[in-house]
Design a protein around this ligand. Structure first.
Ligand SMILES: [Zn+2]
Length: 261
């Protein structure tokens, strides 16, 4: 995971239609809160608004086409994910879903990210653990600012302060519990992710080996040009736009930062 910087201004679809729809959900809820809590009434969320092409494109651009959690490149194939789940929430895996979810944030720009279907639909779903569940905002009149989410919010904080990589394996820096829960619940050490990162890091290390062998050969112009080209490729591996940039940055900073610096 890396820090994501979305434009401050929400896409017009959210600012206009999303705002109207949000008010209508809040009014409906206020009329009969208990009906929503026992699911006699259910919100009809408009994916035509929160997942509108303009919203999705803005997220794709801000996130360099990558999943906000696992950093796989997904391009157009991602889901618009709600950081605070809109329909229901669960404090922990296996605990029963509680209704309603954060319905008033369904069209809120700050609450939306692009995520791969594996992270969004199979893993995160309604999970939204808080450090203190008693501080949870359970309707639109309560403030989410009192909550201390256990998941790292990559739009507001830097995930690389919480989650590091030892080669292809994600770990919680200094054993911090938020990093650990994010890794565990989103399965950031799933076999397929580990393998994908391993392959990426292997290429990085092999390129670095070639660089080490060529960089000192200052008499050969062609070799020097090759070394320069490899340096440029290595630099691209650690850009925000690169797949698994966070893992690559850990390897580079621990093993060969000075070389490409
Ligand atoms: Zn993902």
């Amino acid at each position: 995971m890396i820090r994501i910087r979305k434009p401050k201004t929400p896409p017009a679809k959210l600012a206009i239609e999303g705002k109207i729809k949000c008010k209508s959900h809040c009014d409906d809820y206020s009329r009969n809160p208990s009906a929503y809590k026992i699911q006699e009434e259910k919100f009809k969320f408009a994916s035509s608004i929160y997942a509108h092409e303009s919203v999705k494109q803005a997220l794709i651009d801000a996130q360099h086409q990558k999943c906000c959690f696992c950093e796989r490149i997904i391009g157009n194939n991602g889901d618009v994910e709600h950081f605070r789940p809109k329909g229901a929430y669960q404090q922990a895996k296996g605990s029963p879903p509680q209704y309603s979810g954060y319905y008033w944030l369904a069209y809120k720009w700050e609450n939306l990210y692009l995520s791969c279907s594996s992270c969004n639909q199979r893993l995160k779903k309604n999970l939204f653990p808080l450090k203190d569940p008693n501080k949870r905002a359970t309707d639109h009149q309560q403030r989410i600012s009192k909550e201390r989410p256990m998941f790292i919010d990559c739009g507001k904080e830097d995930p690389e302060e919480f989650i590091g990589f030892n080669a292809e394996f994600a770990y919680a820096i200094d054993g911090n519990p938020r990093g650990q829960i994010t890794i565990d619940y989103l399965n950031l050490n799933s076999p397929d992710l580990i393998e994908a990162r391993r392959q990426r890091l292997r290429l990085l290390k092999e390129l670095n080996k070639v660089l080490l062998e060529t960089i000192d050969d200052v008499t050969n112009q062609a070799i020097q040009e090759l070394a320069e080209e490899i340096k440029n490729i290595l630099k691209e591996y650690v850009l925000d736009s690169a797949e698994f940039a966070s893992a690559a940055r850990c390897v580079v900073s621990s093993e060969f930062r000075d070389l490409i610096g």
